[in-house]
Design a protein around this ligand. Structure first.
Ligand code: URA
Length: 234
């Protein structure tokens, strides 16, 4: 890999700032000052330092975030802070949310730069269950609750969709709070499923994705990297 590219991959420097750092003598290669941007380096063997700090390429990263309200899962900068802005890792904006949450939805968000791993979680083919807790505007009790559970188990047709939702599991925790487990990730799916039942979601929280539950100790806005064992669960 060219040295200027290596510098821009491993630091916050752009290619042109990397060239400037080289010109300024801030970079050493195996202990010797180096100024040539086009020189090829062996990223596994060579010791490359910027102002005395050893640089290394980042591998694949896997992160869980307790997404707070008012944070967007987009790559573009917009009206709200982005989920990746909360992750204090180098090159965090290379991380992709694994299935988006709405701005007002809270809870477990996984982020990674491993596209194949993300696909195993998001592809409906893999039937990875995502569990949401919804606070509902209209109380549901008795026979109406039983009907809703049966409808969701069978699948409901959402406006503009051609096929009904895949069988899902609805459980009422109280008359206005329900847990919904779905294996798809359609646009605003949970809110639209409750709308199909004639209700409205007032607050939504994702509790788990497959075998990973949001840990109690992770406060809104906090994140941590997944352990190797957690990564292997998918
Ligand atoms: N379904 C929704 O309606 N919103 C979310 O944020 C996630 C799932």
């Amino acid at each position: 890999m060219r040295l200027d590219r290596f510098l821009s991959e491993t630091t916050e420097l752009t290619r042109s700032l990397a060239k400037r750092a080289l010109k300024n003598g801030e970079v050493t290669l195996n202990g010797e000052p180096v100024k040539q941007a086009s020189i090829h380096v062996d990223t596994a063997e060579d010791v490359i330092e910027l102002n005395g700090e050893r640089l290394a390429l980042v591998g694949l990263r896997y992160v869980m975030l307790h997404k707070p309200e008012g944070v967007e899962c987009t790559a573009r900068r917009g009206l709200y802070p982005r989920a990746v802005d909360l992750i204090e890792l180098p090159k965090a904006d290379r991380l992709q949310p694994v299935g988006r949450l709405d701005v007002d939805t809270t809870g477990l968000l996984l982020l990674t730069d491993d596209g194949q791993w993300a696909h195993r979680i998001t592809s409906p083919k893999h039937r990875c269950a995502k569990v949401y807790i919804a606070e509902l505007a209209e109380p549901v009790e008795g026979a109406a609750a039983e009907r809703a559970v049966a409808q969701i188990a069978e699948g409901v047709l959402l406006d503009d969709d051609e096929t009904p939702t895949a069988p899902a599991t609805l459980e009422f925790l109280s008359s206005t709070q329900a847990s919904l487990s779905i294996t798809e990730g359609r646009y605003h799916q949970v809110k639209r499923m409750f709308a199909a039942l004639g209700n409205r979601v007032e607050a939504l929280h994702r509790q788990s994705i497959g075998p990973i539950a949001l840990p109690d100790e992770l406060a809104p806005g906090e994140w941590r990297e997944l352990t190797a064992e957690e990564i292997d669960r998918f």
